[in-house]
Design a protein around this ligand. Structure first.
Ligand code: HEM
Length: 137
């Protein structure tokens, strides 16, 4: 099991990361609560996520070169991300990761990172299901 920064080299370069992004976006497309956040044209976002993941897991800094500092919280501020959406994103990413054989021995390290970073992007509290918000009396 490689450390985060050794994963790009261990899987043989960029290819598996772009495969991962394709698998991930395929799942986003069939999840209506996620899909509605994304623009009609998914291609630019795929490229950005691919660049980001390559950079994050030890490859060239494509993302910073083309998009500047990652600042993911700021970049996700336009989207209302609560726990349910965070979990939906994580399920898509976990299934995508499991679909790419090259990542088999890195999935736990990568999922730990995704779990942590997706939680950090939550910017909206939703009431617990089945509970009503009571007025302050
Ligand atoms: C927590 C649930 C998340 C939701 C609902 C979400 C949603 C989105 C959306 C709607 C976009 C815009 C796509 C576009 O404009 O084409 C985006 C961009 C992006 N997301 Fe997420 N995201 C989530 C978590 C994450 C996580 C955990 C990461 C990193 C591991 C991440 C990395 C990125 C990157 C790198 C971009 C492209 C930013 C740019 O270049 O402007 N996202 N995300």
């Amino acid at each position: 099991m490689a450390e985060e920064s050794a994963i790009h080299g261990a899987v043989g370069g960029d290819g598996p990361f772009f495969d991962l992004v394709e698998e991930f976006y395929r799942r986003v497309e069939s999840n209506s609560s996620l899909r509605r956040l994304y623009p009609v044209d998914l291609e630019p976002g795929k490229l950005h996520l691919g660049w980001f993941l390559i950079q994050r897991f030890g490859g060239p800094d494509y993302f910073s070169q083309r998009r500047g500092a990652p600042r993911l919280r700021m970049r996700h501020a336009p989207f209302e991300i609560g726990h349910a959406l965070r979990d939906a994103w994580i399920v898509c990413m976990r299934e995508a990761l499991d679909a790419i054989a090259a990542f088999a021995e890195h999935r736990d390290v990568m999922m730990a990172y995704f779990d942590h970073s997706a939680t950090f992007l939550i910017n909206h509290e939703e009431p617990a299901p089945g509970r009503m918000r009571l007025p302050n009396t």
